[in-house]
Design a protein around this ligand. Structure first.
Ligand code: TXA
Ligand code: MG
Length: 352
């Protein structure tokens, strides 16, 4: 493919001409990257198998890793989901449009190319107004994985999309920074008990309160129980990994900061370029070639917003070894730790 066009849009007053053109590209089988409240998505027509094939090719993504179908009206779900359990309707009423993806049984309208051959389909109604307008203009069903090269951190800025997919897709819609910064929470509603397959901004506690029933969290990790496939196929792949080696250091604050300082010093002495991921509170304790501050320690939402851009900056600064403080694992913190662990290939050291 040749050139990738770039168009800037304001969520508050969306240029209809640009959206119509973007919708036409998708209806004709092309690919358009667009902003959502979580991360940027790479959109193609979910009901055309050729579009899904193009998405996999552009991302360099294995085609057994299913795509999320994005819709802009509740009624539209009926065409793609065969059975709509009452829980799906309750969650949609409470949380859509928003950062929640639901797994449901699929209909024949969805080609197997879009769902990686599965009999289920992932559905989400995003909140970003540019995304909603685009989905409508594209015919109502937009398959959109995160708009990064497979394995890299998801894009939270249009520039990240350009970096990864420039020259491989038709158009990038720039709507500014993604306000959440981590991908949607995925909940599987095909069984008796809802199961979170990917933690996100919508937490287990929020889902339990809305549904009035317990919700499980799928504990599968890429190196988890042998021989058992993760229920969200995408979770088995190496993800978000920076080029340098990332290690998480766990323990109480004093031990963690001391250990990170020690490790950084060792690597610096060996002539390696070093990086640190830390909180505002601990920042003054460190020295390294590059330091990324995630925000105040207790502000998990700030960490979510900053993480992916930070991981990309270590690459552009050619950092060899990155050490990260651990983030506490409740609420949105669970989603931050989940992504950080994947980025680190589950390399975690206990500070003492
Ligand atoms: O926030 C988001 O969800 C973003 C934006 C663009 O909407 N999209 C996104 O898509 O993160 P992607 O393709 O990067 O991640 C989709 C995840 C993968 O881990 C995939 O395996 C899982 O959803 N998934 C998709 N369909 C599934 C299905 N039918 N059953 C289980 N997991 C599924
Ligand atoms: Mg992704």
């Amino acid at each position: 493919m040749g050139e990738t066009r770039f168009a800037s849009l304001e969520e508050a007053c969306i240029d209809k001409k640009v959206i119509e053109e973007a919708g036409r590209i998708i209806r004709n089988g092309g690919l358009v990257a667009f902003p959502t409240e979580t991360v940027y998505g790479l959109g193609g027509d979910a009901l055309q198998k050729e579009s899904s094939r193009r998405i996999y090719a552009a991302k360099g993504r294995p085609s057994d890793n299913p795509l999320i179908v994005h819709i802009c009206r509740w009624e539209d779900i009926k065409k793609i989901a065969g059975k709509i359990p009452p829980k799906a309707e309750i969650l949609a009423k409470a949380l859509w449009p928003g950062p929640l993806t639901m797994i449901l049984e699929k209909t024949d309208a969805v080609p197997p190319e879009t769902t990686g051959g599965l009999s289920t389909v992932a559905v989400r109604m995003p909140q970003n107004k540019i995304a909603l307008a685009l989905i409508e203009a594209a015919g109502g069903y937009v398959a959109a994985p995160s708009a990064n090269i497979s394995g890299k951190p998801s894009p939270t800025l249009a520039e990240h999309v350009q970096e990864d997919l420039g020259g491989r897709i038709d158009l990038i819609l720039d709507g500014g920074a993604a306000c959440i910064g981590l991908e949607s929470t995925i909940v599987d509603l095909t069984g008796d008990k809802p199961v979170i397959l990917r933690p996100g901004y919508i937490t287990k506690e929020m889902l339990e309160e809305i549904l009035g029933c317990p919700v499980d969290v799928d504990r599968m990790s890429p190196d988890g129980e042998k021989g058992k496939a993760p229920r969200a196929p995408g979770m088995k792949y190496r993800h978000y990994a920076p080029e340098g080696q990332l290690t998480i250091v766990s323990g109480n604050e004093t031990d963690v900061t001391a250990m990170i300082c020690r490790l950084v010093k060792e690597k610096m002495r060996a002539g390696e370029r070093t990086g640190i991921i830390c909180s505002e509170e601990t920042r003054p304790l460190y020295q390294a070639d590059h330091i990324e501050v995630m925000g105040p320690r207790e502000d998990k939402e700030a960490a979510a917003r900053h993480l992916y851009a930070a991981l990309r900056r270590f690459d552009s600064r050619k950092i060899d070894y990155i050490y990260s403080e651990e983030f506490s694992g409740n609420g949105v913190g669970m989603a931050v730790m989940n992504r950080l662990l994947k980025a680190a290939g589950h390399r975690i050291l206990q500070a003492k």
